[in-house]
Ligand binder design. Structure first.
Ligand code: SF4
Ligand code: FES
Length: 157
């Protein structure tokens, strides 16, 4: 049995030790460095769908998703920067634009919603993109009339 090779790299200026093959996100989490995620679930194979976990690699013009990118020894990873913040906000806005997200009435998450949480963390209080769904009908119960919410006016409250 061959021992796993150890590597070291910097994330946000912090020296991190890791096993070769670990992703940037795994190493960041092991070192208590917070990188936002939405589609990543620890028990499942990462697929890089949401692009919220993007990071920069010093000296490279590319940005990469931390959850699917294996770390390379000696690299310097940047997980927080104005560029990343802007891109993450735009990603969240696009996600919010796909549906009429009216959190106070939402029955799906019982107060535990990753998208809502990231929206708060990134200061999303409106979006710059056209909504794909202009109206969503919420059936509350028999005592309430059909409530039609104009998604252009409501995002989160
Ligand atoms: S963002 Fe708000 S409306 Fe959308 S699923 Fe989460 S809690 Fe529900
Ligand atoms: S968490 Fe979704 S792409 Fe990495």
């Amino acid at each position: 049995m061959t021992a796993t090779k150890k590597i070291s790299l910097h994330i946000d200026g912090r020296l991190c030790e890791a096993a070769e093959g670990q992703t940037i996100l795994e190493i960041a989490r092991a070192n208590d460095i917070k990188i936002p995620t939405l589609c990543y679930l620890k028990e499942l194979t990462p697929w890089g769908g949401c692009r919220l976990c993007i990071v920069e690699i010093e000296g490279s013009p590319k940005i990469v998703p931390a959850c699917t990118t294996p770390a390379v020894a000696g690299t310097k990873i940047i997980s927080q920067s104005p560029r990343l913040q802007n891109l993450r906000k735009a990603t969240l806005e696009l996600l919010f634009s796909e549906r009429n997200h009216f959190c106070p009435m939402c029955q799906y998450n019982k107060g535990d919603c990753g998208l809502q949480h990231q929206g708060y963390l990134h200061g999303i209080d409106g979006i710059r993109y056209p909504y794909l769904f202009f109206q969503t009908r919420l059936y509350l119960n028999r005592l309430y009339k059909l409530l039609i919410i104009n998604s252009l006016k409501l995002l989160m409250s």
